[in-house]
Design a protein around this ligand. Structure first.
Ligand code: FEO
Ligand code: CA
Ligand code: CA
Length: 634
């Protein structure tokens, strides 16, 4: 049997290989799915070629678009799909690289070395790998960019080793330093964006940076380890995916696939059900961190995984401030943290757990936000809720409390997935980014895809029958769900919902896989992931999906970024990315004349030399996009 090399797989494929969901297909589940599907199709939903629409807004939009009767709010000409190894933007737009993996942040940092991937010391003073979520902070005319560095490609990071296998302690030091968060001052000088080397704000936060554990889990026995007997100080953050930003000036970084870094030196070590629910196994995903750091050996430090999987709050303007793990926002595979202030002053944070059949969450702070007041610890205390979607376009938030779950507050914070299963939350098609409309009380979440929908339960054994918000079995294309809190109150326990778009391929399919009516052969895509609103109220949609451009995905080309108008349902492709990467993260300068996005893992399977070209090693990079005429973007 051919041995599958881990670095030849995409992150998603690797996840499935290492931790497949249980193989269970129950007839009852299958028949439920069929009934549910019929109910969905019958519920006022148009079916047919390119017509699979639900929700009054989408329906109205489609009519308006078809009739050409509404003027579009999207001020650019759509880019065609392609499979080129470059970035393609609309006519009248331009792009440039702002910062790439390995780029020096200080004048003493050695130049990037693509032949070796650098050293531990060079990486600790350089821009991290696999850039993802980001936020830009304006400070007295200066601009400080916080960027997540989610994970690494073993072959490129460890180019100094045979087949990318980390071998020495310095390889592990480099790997840990390539993860985390890069905080850099940036400037537009000589008509070019770049890092301001040696800025006092430049800082690397890595898998070894000390951070305070705050909230209900602080000090709990499940958080104690041999190096931290009190369970109050964690070391490091890694697999930082999406992000959030607070109105009190802090950055939120979100720990996603933290499990893939743990392994067990004792092959007989018995994994607890809680460990299994979070994907901890005897084998890591090739990072080998346990080789030189026993924290990552679960047979030696069984509580260490309990200290990862959180939202971490960082003050970007104080390089000495210790980051804070906010356990009140729960522990799961956090995608992003979309923060909004409810009309009654409470802080609301929407949170997705990106795993097949896992859940969508909401945090409501105990205390209220006060403009200009002391808001620094509002994320320390509050209540977590999990979403229950009903098939009548209504939904509710179920509180996770000791009363509803039979668990203590600390246990709810640490084993949040288990608490959510207990209250009967709706299993979702991999909740990725959540985005809240700044101009209206409505929220969107990208449900990227779920090939296990209707096929296998989630890792906790919860059934995953097709349901209206997750309507397609073996869902390869994904959808975006929108909900409107009742009474325009983000803290309300009830909401109405509909699907903003069902992605698909109307060139290949004439069934539900054709997608909703606002998807056509010109704008089609698969696997929506990143979502972010701009100040105009346009929804930017970034994909992380199948870029084979073949079979069911023929004509869709590389991953891409699109813009959607929530008012009309219109969606236009704005950008096509280089080969074998995903687009993720977004930030704008204050004037919204420049947009920053992450181009992550170009050439993850070996077929890209972006951005440097020739035979160079591909490098994840943040790019800056602007208009030739310097006008507002979008
Ligand atoms: Fe890091 Fe779910 O994407
Ligand atoms: Ca993502
Ligand atoms: Ca994704």
């Amino acid at each position: 049997m051919k041995t599958v090399q881990k670095h030849d797989l995409s992150f998603d494929e690797l996840d499935e290989l290492v931790r497949p969901a249980p193989e269970v297909v129950e007839f009852e589940e299958v028949s439920n799915k069929m009934v549910s599907r019929r109910g969905f199709l019958g519920g006022g939903v148009a079916v047919g070629a390119g017509a699979f629409v639900m929700g009054s807004t989408t329906l109205a939009a489609s009519k308006a678009l078809a009739a050409g009767s509404e003027e579009s709010r999207l001020a650019f000409k759509m880019v065609k799909a392609n499979a080129l190894d470059t970035v393609t933007v609309p006519e009248g737009y331009k792009w440039e690289v702002l910062a790439s993996w390995g780029e020096p942040m200080f004048s003493s940092t050695p130049d990037f070395n693509g032949a070796t991937g650098g050293t531990g010391a060079s990486q600790e003073a350089a821009f991290g790998d696999h850039c993802d979520g980001m936020a830009l902070f304006a400070h007295h005319g200066r601009q400080i960019l916080c960027v997540n560095n989610e994970y690494t490609n073993l072959k490129t990071l460890h180019a100094n080793r045979t087949d990318g296998v980390p071998t020495t302690a310095d390889d592990i030091r480099k790997s840990k330093a390539a993860h985390g968060v890069s905080i850099v001052e940036i400037a537009h000088k000589n008509n070019q964006w770049g890092i301001v080397k040696d800025s006092e704000f430049n800082r690397r936060i890595t898998a070894d940076t000390e951070m305070d554990i705050t909230g209900p889990a602080r000090g709990h026995k499940l958080m104690r380890t041999s190096s931290d007997s009190k369970g109050v100080v964690a070391k490091g953050t890694w697999n930082n995916c999406g992000n959030g930003q607070t109105p009190w000036g802090t950055y939120l970084t979100c720990e996603e696939n933290f499990n893939g870094y743990f392994s067990s030196s004792d092959e007989n070590f018995s994994l607890t059900p809680e460990m299994k629910r979070y994907g901890i196994s005897h084998k890591d995903w090739g990072y080998k961190w346990a080789m030189s750091d026993s924290r990552f050996d679960v047979s030696k430090e069984p509580n260490e995984p309990n200290r990862a999987g959180y939202i971490v709050e960082i003050d970007p303007l104080d390089p000495k401030a210790r980051p804070k793990k906010r356990t009140a926002l729960g522990r799961f595979k956090h995608e992003n943290a979309e923060l909004t202030i409810a009309s009654n002053g409470h802080v609301v944070v929407y949170l997705g757990d990106d795993e097949r059949g896992e859940f969508l969450y909401r945090f409501v702070s105990k205390h209220k936000y006060l403009a200009g007041g002391n808001n620094r610890d509002l994320l320390e205390e509050g209540t977590l809720y999990v979403a229950k979607f009903h098939d009548n376009n209504r939904g509710e938030w179920l509180a996770l409390t000791p009363k509803t779950t039979g668990m203590t507050e600390a246990e709810i914070s640490i084993h949040t997935r288990i608490a959510a299963s207990k209250v009967g939350a709706t299993t979702m098609d991999r909740p990725e980014w959540v985005a809240s409309n700044p101009n209206k009380v409505e929220v969107f979440c990208a449900l990227t895809n779920n090939k296990n929908r209707g096929v296998k339960p989630n890792a906790g054994g919860d059934a995953t029958p097709a349901s209206e918000p997750n309507p397609r079995v073996e869902n390869n294309f994904g959808q975006i769900v929108r909900w409107t809190p009742m009474n325009e109150d983000h803290t309300s326990s009830d909401f109405k919902w509909n699907l903003f778009v069902l992605a698909g391929n109307p060139a290949v399919y004439d069934d539900a896989n054709a997608g909703s009516q606002n998807v056509n052969q010109d704008n089609m895509f698969n696997s929506p992931d990143g979502l972010k609103f701009d100040s105009k109220g346009l929804l930017w949609i970034q994909t992380d999906g199948n870029y084979s451009n073949a079979k069911g995905f023929e004509g869709q080309g590389n991953n891409q970024m699109l813009v959607g108008d929530p008012e009309t349902g219109e969606i236009r492709r704005f950008l096509v990315e280089p080969k074998e990467c995903e687009i993720t993260g977004a930030a704008w300068n204050t004037e919204r004349t420049t947009m920053f996005i992450s181009v992550q893992h170009p050439g993850e399977k070996g077929d890209s030399h972006w951005p440097d070209g020739g035979q160079s090693v591909p490098r994840s990079s943040v790019i800056a996009i602007s208009r030739e005429d310097s006008a507002v973007i979008g």
